[in-house]
Design a protein around this ligand. Sequence first.
Ligand code: GLA
Length: 383
Amino acid sequence: MKPDLQQKFSELFGQPATAAFFAPGRVNLIGEHIDYNGGLVLPCAITFGTDLLVAENKEGIFRFRSLDFDEQLDIPLLEAYTKNGGDWFNYPLGVMQQFLGHKKSIKGLDMLFKGDVPVASGLSSSASIEIVTAFALNETFNSGFTKLELAQLGKKVENDFIGVNSGIMDQFAVAFGEKEKAIELNCDTLNYKIVDCKLQDYVLAIINTNKPRQLSESKYNERVAECQTALKDLQKELKIANLCAIDTATFNKYEHLIENDVVKKRARHVIEENDRVKEATQVLASGDLTRFGQLLYASHASLKDLYEVTGVELDTIVDFCKTQQTVAGARMTGAGFGGCAIALVKHDAFDEFSKNLTKFYTEKVGYECAVYNSLIGNGVKRV
Ligand code: GLA
C-alpha cells in the first residue's frame, strides 16, 4: 500500500485503509472501432492507472473521495442508483448499481481514488476506475464474480449508466493486461490470445493531443449507429451477426447492398481494420516491427479518411512521425476525436523525438501536446 495514500486515507476517513487495489489504463495497438463490431483488437495495459484504498465503515455510507477531483459523494445504500451529473464518481456508482442489479450484498465503504491516467485522453481512465472499483467490491464482499464478469459489468456501466454504447475492449484490457504483452481479443467470442510484445530497440510513445474533448460521446454513438445500419443492409443477402464476420474480399462483393455512401465508408474501415489486426498480430509475434509500423500508419489513414474520427491534432502527430526515420509507425488510439496517438520510436531517439514533435505540434495546433514513454503493465490487482 502506498504510504502517502494510506496517510491521506486516514486523514480523510479517521480510520486506516484495510485493502488497496490498482487497475491500469490501456492503449490499443491496432483494431480501432472494432470491438462493437465483433472483431479482433490488440490492446495492452499500461503502467499508468488508478489506485483505490478502501475500508468498511459502520455507518453504512458509501463515501467517494478522489485526490484528483474536488467533487465528492456520500450516499447510503439504496435499492438503485442513477447517474448524477457528469462527475467522476458516477463510474464507481454505476459499478455499485451493477452489483445491486446482480443481487450482491454490499455494505458501507470508505473509498479513496488516485489516478495518473490523463483524464479524457483516450487511455481509458474510466475503464480503469470502473474495473478497480468492481475488483475491490468483489474482493471486499466476496461477490464471486470472475474477472471476465467484472469486465462485462464495467461495459454495462458505460452502456446503461453513463450512456456510451462502447464495446468490451477497454475493460477487458484493464482486467486482463500482462506486463510486456498485448492481448488479441476476439470481441465476438471473447476468446483471447496473449501476444509477446517485444519492441526490440523501440519504445512505445504515447502522445496526448491535449485537445479539449467535445461531443466525443455523441459522435462515438453516431459511429456505432452507422455500423448497425451497414450491418442491416448487408444482412439483406448475407447471414452475418456482425460486420467483422466478413473479410475485405467478401465486402468488396457485397458493398453495393449498403445504400448510404458514408455508411459504406464506415463499414469498409471496420472490415479492413479487422483484417489488419490479423496480420499485425502475426508480424508482432515474429518480430517484424517494420511491417507492424506500416500497419499502424494504414490504420490511422483509414480512421482519418473512412471513419473520420481523427482531426487536425491527431493527424499532425502522425504526419510528423512519417517524416522521422526513427519512427516505425504511428496511429491514433482509442475512440479518437482528440485523445492520444501512439508511436513506435527508436529508444535512443526518444528525447529528440519528443522535443521536435512538441515544437512541430505547438506551431501547428497552437498549444502543446504531451509525450509519455509508457511501459506495458499488468491488469487489475490487489496491492
Ligand atoms: C473507446 C471505447 C472502446 C472502443 C474504442 C475504439 O475506447 O470505449 O470500446 O470502441 O473507443 O476502438
